[in-house]
Design a protein around this ligand. Sequence first.
Ligand code: SF4
Ligand code: MG
Length: 336
Amino acid sequence: DGAFLSVRDLFVRFDTEDGVVKAVDGLGFELERGRTLGIVGESGSGKSVTNLAVLGLHDPRHTEIRGEILLDGQELTGAPESVLEKLRGNKMAMIFQDSLTALSPYYTVGRQIAEPYRKHTGATRREARQRAVEMLDKVGIPNAALRVDDYPHQFSGGMRQRAMIAMALVCDPELLIADEPTTALDVTVQAQILDLLKELQQQTGSAIILITHDLGVVAHTVDELLVMYAGRAVERGTVHEVLSEPRHPYTWGLLGSMPLLDSDVEEPLVPIPGTPPSLLNPPPGCPFHPRCAHVAEVGGDRCRTERPELPPGRGAACHLPAARQRTAFPQQQTKP
Ligand code: SF4
Ligand code: MG
């Protein structure tokens, strides 16, 4: 018996014209039904790549995937496309950042929600249309029975995002992957969409992975948090643990560089110096060392030569002594 979703020793490598990109480099995490895992990190940290691997959406001609992805006991790594296609939209579904790319401009919203339902359940057109109305109503579209025949451009940005959620949830997926689902929306609508996801999760007991670069978004939405850097997990814990007692210097940088949604205090925001490393040629040792202010504190060449491992459970992949990890971050930066 294992977790509902279990990812172990995942490696994702892309063959590019410039060489092999190590997009995900030995990642592991677990997720239970009814729980939400947040994955945070800058763009290029491997968050989206990991989840496209779970969904089996990488082009196999240019991608090498190694490791284990077990969904409800079923191995997805190397599963044939026919198997993955039956799972996608049915047992697992995805909400994208941009509803305009996920929704086709040529078909009505209702038809785009009804179509995957017909495909996976064998429902009739009439039943599927009724289901589309129900789903639009469920995600809070007023006058759903009338709006079901609208085209995406007749919806506002927030309504399109809701329609995309309706499309993702139409077959009651047990795993929902939401990749930056609210980035394009204003703060009020963001909060509404995140509340909606939570509410739907309470009704269905689905597992959710929420991918974001915004720690403000995760605070109220997720149970556990995985912080990714350069294709690796650098810190893991409950959302409360990570936000109130972050242990990895990269997480300290993230928290110091962005406002939290509920913070009343105007903190001076400090960007993390430098840029994320090239994954064509990642730095040896700790991948964060070229940007880290604590290399001298660890001493010797350790940060530059020895790769820190993420311990199981709560912890950070960093050579700093545990006591130092626990006390180095000024608490008042996260909580007023
Ligand atoms: Fe910084 Fe060294 Fe810790 Fe990496 S291992 S985060 S370089 S202190
Ligand atoms: Mg992304």
